[in-house]
Design a binder for this molecule. Structure first.
Ligand code: T5A
Ligand code: NA
Length: 215
């Protein structure tokens, strides 16, 4: 029996990008605008540090605990899986969900540490696939202008360089999937927000009349 296609589902949108590209700034502005316009919309940050798994991830990122690279990779994925059913249900009930990072960060950060790219993708296979992935691209020079790194584990120049290379590799690899939109995050907050808004409206239009797909 064919699965009925929901006609009034929300859109699932991932905001991805390099560190300090402005993902959280843009997600917050986007949520304000969506809510101002009376839309059913919510934000989902990944990692979601509030769950039991999320707390393990948080302590790893703050270097208060150590974990094998495979183990932390699987925990990041498990953190997405534990929230997947709710994401699916909410989208099908008409909620637009904006995700601040998603599987793409999961793949590139672990691959940047040396785990195999294909291995890194495997645990996320089957998760809800975003209608649009909005990638905020920032040059290393512009990133450096945005103040010093914080205290967290991956906020060191060598890791950041590898992450940038891996994101570039992954962007090429998934190009055919057609749902990646790359924006120049070096523009002003307002300019970037304007471009994101246009892409969000398109994704919402696309979402009407199509079922949510899987990764
Ligand atoms: N991770 C994550 C994995 O390894 N695997 C996974 O599966 C996942 C999901 C935590 C870490 O976990 C890793 C990746 C990370 O290392 P996080 O909590 O999302 O992930 O990371 P954060 O440190 O919160 O986020 P970022 O450092 O990447 O920053 P953002 O959100 O991109 O940037 P934002 O909005 O905080 O802005 C940074 C600064 O720039 C300014 C802002 O005011 C702020 O000061 N700014 C601008 N300045 C000029 N022009 C603009 N257009 C600007 N936009 C923002
Ligand atoms: Na952030």
């Amino acid at each position: 029996m064919a699965t009925p296609v929901p006609t009034s589902r929300g859109a699932l949108i991932a905001i991805e990008g390099l560190d300090r590209a402005g993902k959280s700034t843009q997600c917050d502005l986007l949520m304000e605008r969506l809510q101002r316009e009376g839309k059913k919309a919510r934000l989902q940050k990944f990692p979601d540090r509030t769950t039991t798994i999320g707390k393990m991830i948080d302590s790893y990122l703050k270097s208060t605990s150590q974990l094998d690279d495979h183990a932390i990779h699987l925990l990041f994925s498990a953190n997405r899986w534990e929230l997947a059913a709710k994401i699916l249900a909410d989208v099908n009930e008409g909620w637009t969900i904006i995700m601040d990072r998603y599987v793409y960060s999961g793949v590139v950060f672990s691959a940047a540490k040396g785990l195999g790219y294909e291995y890194c993708r495997t645990p996320d296979t089957g998760l809800p696939r975003p209608d649009a992935v909005i990638f905020l691209d920032l040059s290393a020079a512009d990133a450096a202008k945005r103040g010093g790194f914080g205290e967290e584990r991956y906020e060191v120049p060598k890791m950041q360089r590898r992450v940038r290379e891996m994101f570039q590799f992954m962007m090429e690899d998934v190009r055919d999937e057609g749902d990646w939109k790359v924006l120049d995050a070096g523009k002003s907050v307002e300019e970037v927000q304007g471009e994101i808004w246009g892409l969000v409206e398109k994704a919402e239009e696309f979402a009407k009349g199509t079922g949510l797909r899987s990764i």
